[in-house]
Ligand binder design. Structure first.
Ligand code: AMP
Length: 224
């Protein structure tokens, strides 16, 4: 049995064509079904529906053989586990759920001036590790405030000077009178594979990886 961990929403939708390319059709719709384990047309393949931030955990500790997760989530996960994702193999950038992670402030906040002055900034984010590394590399002192959602609200009510969040079209920032002042990095979703599963179930996993790479017109990655 091959178990694939996916999160609902954008990653799930954008993964379906890749699974199709590997001959895998998911038989339930996670938006309407309450099932957390979804059958596929292949008796030997099943899909787990988990929270996006839990995908690396399921794969690292063998609850799933493979999964698909954003680079943002992977970096935060690695930081939670002491800077490493031991046991996780990352063979492919799937080029899906693309966006960027950026710093944004209220349109009336002079970010460049605050940075030049060496001001200590209050930054609200769900991405504490990425934000910490970014501001440390710039030599900017920050107090990080961890939030779990609706980050855009924080500068509007005086909770923070800035936010670090995912930006795709920029519509959410504009709708809340915020402006993007730094692009930290581009984000896309990655295929991750449990290293032990790769040894024990090499053929079916290799088949899925090479079907994904064919569908993406990428060379098949070397397997450890
Ligand atoms: P947008 O308005 O298109 O710039 O999208 C920004 C909102 O969507 C923010 O609340 C982000 O947290 C969220 N978002 C954008 N892209 C992604 C992504 N690839 N994965 C998860 N959330 C995203």
């Amino acid at each position: 049995m091959i178990t694939i961990a996916l999160s609902k929403g954008r990653i799930f939708e954008e993964t379906l064509p890749l699974l199709q390319a590997a001959g895998i059709t998911v038989l339930d719709d996670p938006e309407t079904s309450r099932k957390l384990i979804l059958d596929t047309n292949q008796p030997g393949v099943r899909v787990l529906v988990v929270r996006a931030t839990d995908v690396p955990t399921y794969v690292q500790f063998g609850g799933a053989d493979m999964g698909i997760t954003g680079k943002d989530t992977l970096l935060e996960h690695a930081s939670d586990w002491g800077g490493g994702s031991a046991g996780l193999f990352q063979p492919l950038d799937l080029q899906i759920a693309k966006c960027r992670i950026s710093v944004a402030v209220r349109a009336d906040f002079d970010y460049a001036h605050a940075v030049r002055q060496g001001a200590r900034l209050r930054v609200a984010t769900k991405y504490v590790a990425i934000a910490r590394d970014f501001f440390a590399s710039k030599g900017v002192h920050v107090d990080l405030i961890k939030l779990y959602g609706s980050m855009e609200l924080a500068p509007l009510v005086g909770l923070a000077d800035a936010i670090v969040d995912l930006v795709s079209t920029g519509n959410t920032l504009r709708a809340n009178n915020l402006i993007e002042v730094e692009r930290i990095m581009d984000i896309s979703s990655r295929l991750i594979v449990n290293q032990a599963a790769l040894k024990l179930k090499r053929e079916p996993i290799r088949h899925i990886i090479s079907a994904f790479s064919d569908a993406l017109a990428q060379p098949a990655p070397p397997l450890p």
